[in-house]
Design a protein around this ligand. Structure first.
Ligand SMILES: *[C@@H]1O[C@H](CO)[C@@H](O)[C@H](O)[C@H]1NC(C)=O
Ligand SMILES: *[C@@H]1O[C@H](CO)[C@@H](O)[C@H](O)[C@H]1NC(C)=O
Length: 207
């Protein structure tokens, strides 16, 4: 399976853990796991109406410089806009965490292919991506989906916030850790514009 191969190349620790578990897993568990590993794009929904909402609604999540942004809707140029996230769920391999949380993984570049964890930086509340060393001390999950499997959740909630860079007008993704509109994290004299958004799963066509 292609996904398996890519994991072996990029995150060797996952496969070791996955194999150890899989011995005890039932077929049903494995089917569930396979479903979780179906890759999807992350498309942004936003019900609010305000000036500039067209720079959010319907945009697709991209990964750039360790952070997570809303990319342009037209064809993206990876070197300028970032790599379009191709995400899927898999258990985060950390035996210190009980229960083992479901993590979110994405390929982060084309050549050579690299998989990283998407996580929430506990100091800044930004969504970021990185390897296990970079992510383990932060909030790595549990990532999940809503009952109808159409939207992404984090710690069972959907408190994703897009924050605008006033100069570039690019929107960056944060998670509202304290459920207070990022009061502690996005501060300053000129508080930036921000809005709660939905993260939709758009399954990638099977190749
Ligand atoms: C997100 O999903 C909701 C339904 O769950 C849908 O109404 C909305 O159009 C979707 N938005 C995008 C950008 O896919
Ligand atoms: C994790 O990523 C950092 C930054 O790119 C790198 O310095 C480090 O070597 C990586 N660690 C592993 C185990 O790949």
């Amino acid at each position: 399976m292609v996904i398996g191969l890519m994991i072996i190349m990029a995150i060797p620790t996952i496969t070791g853990t996955a194999q150890a578990y899989s011995a005890q897993k039932t077929q049903e568990d494995r089917k569930k796991e396979e479903k979780r590993m179906k890759k999807f794009y992350i498309d942004v929904g936003c019900d609010a109406e305000f000036r500039g909402v067209e720079n959010i609604r319907g945009h697709r999540v991209v990964l750039r410089n360790d952070r997570v942004y809303l990319g342009p809707t037209e064809a993206t140029n990876p070197s300028r806009d970032g790599y379009v996230a191709e995400a899927f769920y898999i258990e985060y391999p950390d035996s210190e965490r009980n229960p083992v949380p479901l993590g979110l993984v994405s390929q982060t570049r084309a050549e050579p292919p690299l998989l990283n964890w998407i996580y929430v930086d506990k100091e800044t509340a930004e969504l970021k991506y990185g390897n296990k060393t970079q992510s383990i001390e932060h909030m790595v999950g549990p990532w999940d989906w809503t009952k109808d499997e159409s939207r992404i959740t984090f710690t069972k909630k959907q408190l994703f916030i897009a924050v605008e860079d006033p100069r570039s007008k690019v929107w960056q993704l944060y998670y509202d850790i304290d459920d207070d509109g990022l009061a502690k994290f996005v501060t300053g004299k000129r508080r930036k514009r921000m809005v709660y958004v939905d993260l939709n799963r758009t399954e990638m066509p099977e190749t």
